[in-house]
Design a protein around this ligand. Structure first.
Ligand SMILES: C[S@@+](CC[C@H](N)C(=O)[O-])C[C@H]1O[C@@H](n2cnc3c(N)ncnc32)[C@H](O)[C@@H]1O
Length: 367
């Protein structure tokens, strides 16, 4: 049901139509959830569910949840959504360009009405509820790889739900100044990227993505994370924010160590409070360097060992390494270790702001 229904819905509803009844939406369908299943009351205190677009487009009641009471939805303005997008997607297996069939563009509503395939190795990729899954294992059957703990933790839907609803505030204990202040500091480092495309990698619930979009400083903002649950929450927050221009958003599920973007194609990459969760930080920063344009900027924040920079900090390194090898989900760095990772990947011009255990830094890809 879901595939056919979604296709039909995608061709009949506009983004604005979907956002309007959002607060009333409750139902679940793997693909059309949560945009299209509306909870209604029948006047006798009983609840029923109406699949809005199905009712508008089909007279058959193929399911008990189908209602004939929903108004016919207006036509989708695809001309608006199919705007040419400068984001160049590549296959994460072979780094060759992806071809898109069906609707064109990367608008969250358009991508569900189209499909992606690698032009070289022909591997297909799918999208669901506006999020294009460009992980290598995405959609694979019977593939149960054990995930490192820093990745696995954020797959949990409960954690994803509470992340922007309290969990993130706990970072204050480690001197993180909070989204507004962190965003301002990042923007200072990101000045050279204005007007270009920014990738908010490991975007989580989208606290930074939302601010990048509202700033109006970027042509396109790509929200990307490995966790589907975090991305679902991110999409939900963006949908509800009327200040967000949906045609500037692209939602991509991706592994930071295997980014599905063309080499030298992005003006900036931002990674808020994430590098310490990545299982392969050096590989990941190398990937970030690959996708940046020459002169492009990488801005990131992380936790440092909560001790002042001094030769003594080195004493803790072997202890910390041992703890990490036991499977803790987060790394604790010294500033010189983080800087060392960026330099090993060829990034230059280290700048940083430190407040206790919090650090935000910027480095550039050489021109
Ligand atoms: C602590 S959250 C940071 C979220 C947000 N950027 C912020 O500033 O709060 C770390 C994020 O890194 C993501 N992550 C972990 N491993 C990843 C990987 N291999 N590739 C991409 N994202 C990853 C997690 O899913 C999670 O959303």
């Amino acid at each position: 049901m879901a595939g056919a229904l979604n296709c039909m819905i995608s061709s009949t509803l506009s983004h604005a139509d979907l956002l309007t009844p959002y607060k009333k939406l409750k139902g679940s369908c793997w693909k059309c959830r949560p945009w299209f299943v509306q909870q209604q009351h029948d006047g006798n205190g009983r609840r029923k569910h109406a699949i809005v677009a199905a009712a508008a487009s089909s007279s058959s009641s193929s399911s008990s949840t189908t209602s004939t009471t929903a108004p016919p939805p207006p036509k989708t303005d695809y001309a608006y959504m199919e705007k040419e997008n400068s984001v160049k997607l590549v296959c994460p297996v072979c780094y060759q360009p992806l071809v898109q069939t069906g609707r064109k563009g990367l608008h969250p509503l358009v991508v569900d009405a189209s499909s992606f395939r690698c032009e070289s190795c022909h591997k297909p990729y799918m999208s669901m509820t506006g999020i294009i899954d460009l992980t290598i294992s995405g959609g694979a059957q019977d593939l149960e790889e054990a995930l490192p703990s820093g990745v696995a933790l954020f797959q949990n839907p409960l954690l994803a739900y509470v992340y922007e609803r309290g969990y993130r505030d706990v970072f204050d204990i480690f001197n993180f100044p909070g989204y507004n202040e962190e965003f301002k500091m990042a923007q200072v480092f990101l000045k050279s990227a204005k007007g270009g495309t920014i990738l908010d990698v490991s975007c989580g619930g989208g606290g930074f993505t939302q601010r990048f979009l509202i700033s109006g400083d970027y042509e396109t903002v790509i929200a990307s994370d490995y966790s589907e649950a975090m991305l679902e929450n991110c999409r939900g927050f963006l949908e509800k924010d009327s200040a967000v221009d949906s045609k500037k958003v692209v939602l991509i599920r991706a592994d930071v160590a295997r980014l599905p973007f063309a080499t030298s194609s992005l003006a900036a990459v931002h990674a808020g409070a994430a590098i310490h969760c990545w299982p392969q930080p050096t590989m990941s920063v190398a990937e970030i360097c690959r996708v940046l344009k020459p002169g492009g900027v990488f801005v990131a924040s992380t936790f440092l060992l909560p001790i002042p920079p001094s030769p003594l900090a080195g004493i803790f390194t072997p202890i910390r390494r041992t703890i990490m090898q036991l499977g803790l989900p987060f790394q604790w760095w010294t500033e010189s270790e983080v800087r060392g990772i960026t330099e090993a990947c060829g990034l230059v011009g280290w700048q940083s702001i430190r407040r206790g255990a919090y650090i935000v830094f910027a480095v550039h890809k050489p021109v």
